[in-house]
Write a new protein. Structure first.
Lengths: 338, 162
């Protein structure tokens, strides 16, 4: 009898134990401070993010009145039919942050929706006309241009579906990789993030819709999630951008004890996924792609730039310069003709 | 009296579980709510991974330096736990800040959004929540209950056959 009651007690205690563990395992979290305004104008404010802070705009309607083909170099109506969602990310925390954006499509969406992440000042609200297509092409550089060239060149021999498949495997992969890049927001500052949506013509007609009536493709629904996280990485990327092929030389200090830049930068730099090495500080910009990146550079590192191709100068935020410091959110240096 | 490992384990298990259940019963009687801390913003009072207990309090009782748990403005789901740095009794709002944050929270918290006042915390208890996703917890708990019950059934079946 005692044994039986002991067993019953053990069952009861076991169930209570399991329920107790379940209670603690499923507790609601108390998180870092943030605020989201999910109606227009969209705002995502965070003030405290030693952990990730997430804000989601649920079930947003993206009305697109026509499809367009990004890869088509003759497409002049691209900017006319895109839908732009602007979100202001405000960093009230006392340290640098980065914001990542992800878009999840609704189950009932027609196919063909694509988007591209942009931020001010590369695009400004109210700019007319907003040349989204040019900006996207310039940001994606050679890989997008090359794929679009192949697509157009193959028009006579391949079906639209085949062409699109090739396009999808190449250019759109580059585009998706770009969209995963975080947007840096310095402490106390805000960043205007723009999501440019369009319906890709090739995919829309591949679904069997009437190619002559692409002005009624319907609405798309999306969930847009913004995630803010601390930007604690002590290294940053220095990006050089040039539409023309130029050579530059980068000089860095000899050691940590000096800020005088006398030594050539020795190491790797990247153009997209392609890796190059320099032993004398010379970097090719605009030759293999519009942007050349020096990655994992320690923040605070001083640098001095020399232009080796005549007729060009360095520009940062509209100002000419030759020396600078790698900051926590990275540096973007434009090389423009004099 | 014969002391077996089985008996010792049984007693430890039973006593521990009874204490946990008693503790939870007392918390419920005080209408306290527990939350897992996901942020280090209130360090060193409590840290990420701790479980904090919050008890209901009226707005009038709250004072500067009290730590409150509240819903974010315009949010019904997410909550935060920060210290009151100023109280505006006329507009019935409080201004808050995390102890280890470099800035104040950008917006005041309305009285209606306040869930309660921080009572105490248990360090690292939230690890259970971190380690197991909610679905996995449900499955694991279900399996645990099934194993317990089936163990007894098998034992009973063997005894009957012998």
């Amino acid at each position: 009898m005692q044994k039986k009651s002991k067993k019953v007690l053990l069952i009861v205690v076991s169930v209570l134990f399991v329920l107790s563990v379940g209670y603690f395992a499923l507790l609601a979290p108390t998180t870092a401070w943030f605020f989201q305004k999910t109606d227009k104008p969209y705002v995502f404010t965070f003030a405290d993010f030693d952990t990730e802070v997430t804000s989601t705009i649920d079930d947003l309607t993206v009305p697109l009145r026509a499809a367009t083909r990004f890869a088509d170099t003759d497409e002049t109506l691209f900017d006319e039919v895109v839908h732009v969602v602007k979100v202001q990310a405000e960093n009230h925390a006392g340290k640098a942050a980065q914001v990542r954006v992800s878009v999840v499509e609704g189950d009932e969406n027609p196919t063909g929706l694509h988007w591209f992440l942009m931020k001010a000042p590369e695009v400004q609200e109210g700019d007319e006309p907003l040349t989204y297509k040019t900006i996207i092409e310039s940001k994606l550089g050679e890989s997008m241009g090359l794929k679009s060239y192949q697509l157009i060149a193959a028009t006579q021999t391949k079906s639209v579906e085949q062409q699109y498949e090739e396009y999808n495997q190449g250019a759109l992969e580059v585009l998706n990789a770009h969209n995963k890049m975080p947007v840096p927001v310095e402490a106390g500052e805000s960043a205007d993030i723009y999501l440019v949506f369009w319906a890709e013509y090739g995919e829309v007609i591949a679904e069997g819709l009437d190619a002559d009536d692409l002005v009624t493709i319907g609405d798309y629904n999306v969930d847009i999630t913004f995630t803010a996280e601390p930007y604690s990485n002590p290294t940053a990327t220095m990006t050089m951008h040039s539409l023309s092929a130029v050579q530059v030389k980068i000089l860095v200090p000899e050691n940590e004890n000096t800020s005088v830049c006398t030594e050539p930068y020795v190491g790797t730099y990247y153009v997209g996924d392609r890796e190059f090495t320099t032993v004398d500080g010379t970097i090719e910009v605009g030759r293999y792609g519009y942007e050349s990146d020096l990655r994992n550079i320690l923040t605070g590192t001083r640098f001095k730039l020399q232009i080796l191709t005549e007729g060009y100068v360095f520009e940062d935020s509209g100002k000419s310069f030759t020396t600078g410091t790698v900051n926590s959110i990275g540096n973007t240096i434009n090389i423009v003709s004099e | 009296m014969k002391i077996s490992v089985h008996n010792v384990l049984y007693n430890v298990f039973s006593i521990t579980t009874t204490l946990v259940v008693l503790f939870l019963a007392i918390m419920f009687s005080f209408q306290a709510r527990a939350f897992v801390v996901l942020s280090d913003s209130m360090a060193p009072v409590f840290y990420r991974g701790d479980v904090i207990f919050v008890r209901p309090v009226s707005f009038d009782e709250l004072q500067e330096d009290d730590i409150i748990t509240a819903h974010f403005p315009q949010s019904d789901d997410s909550v935060f736990t920060h210290r009151i740095i100023a109280k505006d009794s006329i507009n019935r709002v409080v201004y808050t800040r995390g102890d280890s944050n470099m800035t104040d929270d950008p917006m005041p918290t309305a009285a209606k959004d306040i869930i309660g006042m921080y009572w105490f915390s248990i360090p690292n208890l939230g690890v259970i929540s971190f380690e197991f996703g909610s679905v996995i917890v449900y499955v694991a708990l279900g399996v645990a209950i099934l194993l317990i019950i089936s163990g007894f059934l098998v034992q009973k079946f063997r005894k009957r056959n012998s």
